[in-house]
Design a protein around this ligand. Structure first.
Ligand code: RP5
Length: 175
């Protein structure tokens, strides 16, 4: 059994440009992950094999990203009892709307927790995986709480900069 608790799957190596965000975010939380390209359409046997054995190998959450007629997350979910997070990617002239619909519209019984299209989703998929793992990991729970606090501190800093900008702008118009 490896120490990877999260699997990050993607339909093609061309998806990694976006999915690097997921891997980087998991690293921020020191979570080991197993990263692979496999395709629901082009290598369906590999997807079935990986998904059906993931839980026994110690994986606890699977993140699956794909573009176009994105069926990867749904097919993975069909083969595992683990929670599956789907990341729709923009790979065609439909700019990700195609992937969003094919990932999110799962039939009752086979849920896929679908996040935003592209980089926002890639980051949030990792954060959602952290939240799931944190339910049974106090150390991770503390890290996630600290992360949330850092978010509001960042917004306070942005507001400070905004106020300064507004003030400088108002002073400029008066002179
Ligand atoms: C999807 O087709 C992949 O997830 C990728 O987003 C898209 C294009 O794949 P490549 O032609 O670059 O392999 O299955």
């Amino acid at each position: 059994m490896s120490d990877a608790r999260v699997a990050v799957l993607m339909g093609s190596d061309s998806d990694y440009e976006v999915m690097e965000e997921t891997v980087a975010t998991l690293r921020e939380f020191e979570i080991a992950c197993d990263v692979h390209a496999m395709s629901a359409h082009r290598s369906p046997a590999a997807v079935a094999e990986y998904s059906s054995k993931a839980k026994a190998r110690g994986i606890r959450v699977i993140i699956a990203a794909a573009g176009g007629a994105a069926h990867l997350a749904g097919v993975v979910a069909a083969h595992t009892p683990l929670p599956v997070i789907g990341v729709p990617l923009a790979a065609t002239s439909l700019a990700g709307l195609d992937s969003l619909l094919s990932t999110v519209q799962m039939p009752p019984g086979i849920p896929v927790a679908t996040v935003a299209v592209g980089k926002f989703g890639a980051r949030n998929a990792a954060l959602l995986a952290v939240q799931i793992l944190a339910l049974s990991d106090t150390g991770l729970e503390k890290k996630f709480d600290a992360f949330k606090i850092s978010l509001s501190a960042q917004v306070a800093e942005k507001d400070k900069r905004l106020q300064e900008k507004i003030k400088a702008g108002a002073a400029g118009t008066r002179s």
